[in-house]
Write a protein that binds this ligand. Structure first.
Ligand code: FAQ
Length: 311
């Protein structure tokens, strides 16, 4: 049974109005947004680790500069998103504490290792490709600060995707050994990328409510299908093979039939049992602890300035 306030809120959503931080909102709407935006912010920050791993080993100075810029962009995305979450009444410190305590998630994809330089191509091509597929519709999400953060993030993400594809072109069109590395990277990143869209619609607990609040615009399976349809021709262009022997064009649905990822692997990764979960979380906790003196110094300086101003 909806209250009068809830009904009026739903009507605003249905009319396509943006909800702003000072507007009345149901507690569930606030909570869902804090969960999703917070998880998204954490993903950007943790997502720096697999690529950061290759900054010192990029094959040329140009590649190094480009990768450095991309990884810095992810940090920026994390910060816009933490700010968007803060407008809902939670602090960045609280969110980070929840992440470090294992009580908040970040995207499953960042629990896989980047073993070769071709993996950096695959991350840009597939992981940023999947991220954009999910984030373009989120520009129209109902919560104003989230939707505005998405507009800027999407512009930068498309550059990221192009740089990844450019690496793949070089590798796939290079020596037989480089081509083999590109194929190997696609083999390992294909299914984890499909998992980024979340569980199948049948298993998605939040989709129905999030879609009626227009926090989400599409279902997980809709976006996964669009991603496959967009990416398969790109793999063909690269001369690479998508590691799915069930993959087949389906004229009737005007899209590809494809194999589902191994969902038991997905749920294991969510539980903390993926190949790099421990390493990623340890790296974030260490960075937080090592940075304590900087935060303390800034706070001490801010306190002194306040005293000086009010004296
Ligand atoms: N990983 O009911 P649903 C990036 C959880 S892009 C981990 O379907 P929902 C850019 C879900 O939280 C990656 N957990 O959930 C970049 C829920 O558990 P909970 C980040 C997942 O929220 C590129 C449970 O499963 N993008 O970082 C995943 O309606 C390269 C049930 O699922 C975003 O976060 C997963 N893949 O739909 C950076 C986009 N999927 O919370 C660096 C915004 C599901 O109840 C380098 N988020 N779960 O304990 C969304 O659009 C949605 O949250 C979905 C999930 C679609 C991810």
């Amino acid at each position: 049974e909806m209250s009068e306030e809830e009904r009026a809120f739903q009507e605003r959503i249905d009319r396509g109005e943006k909800i702003e931080p000072t507007d009345w909102m149901p507690e569930g709407y606030r909570k869902t947004l804090i969960r999703q935006i917070g998880q998204h912010a954490h993903s950007e920050i943790v997502g720096q680790l697999p690529e950061g791993n290759w900054i010192t080993r990029a094959p040329t100075l140009e590649r190094k500069v480009i990768l450095l810029a991309k990884v810095q962009d992810e940090a920026g995305h994390g910060l816009y998103l933490y700010c968007a979450a803060e407008t809902l009444g939670v602090s960045r410190d609280e969110l980070i504490e929840l992440l470090h305590a294992g009580k908040m998630k970040y995207s499953s994809i960042f629990n896989y290792p980047t073993l070769t330089w071709a993996d950096i191509g695959a991350v840009g091509w597939l992981v940023d490709g999947a991220a954009i597929m999910n984030q373009v519709p989120l520009q129209r999400t109902s919560f104003g600060p989230y939707s505005r953060a998405m507009v800027r993030i999407c512009k930068e993400e498309s550059f990221h995707q192009r740089q990844g594809f450019d690496i793949m072109m070089k590798m796939a069109g290079g020596t037989p050994e480089q081509h083999r590395m590109a194929q190997d990277a696609l083999n390992r990143f294909w299914y984890p990328s499909l998992m980024m869209f979340g569980p199948s619609d049948k298993e998605s607990v939040h989709s129905a409510q999030s879609m009626s609040w227009k926090i989400k615009i599409n279902t997980n399976d809709e976006l996964r299908q669009k991603f496959v349809d967009q990416t398969v021709p790109q793999a063909e262009y690269l001369g690479l093979t998508v590691p799915d022997d069930q993959l087949k064009w389906n004229q009737e649905k005007n899209g590809y039939d494809f194999s589902e990822p191994d969902w038991s692997e997905f749920f294991e990764v969510l539980k903390g049992n993926g190949p790099c979960n421990k390493e990623r979380l340890d790296a974030r906790i260490k960075a937080w602890e090592d940075g304590a003196w900087v935060r303390d110094g800034l706070m001490a300086h801010a306190d002194k300035s306040t005293v000086a101003r009010t004296a």
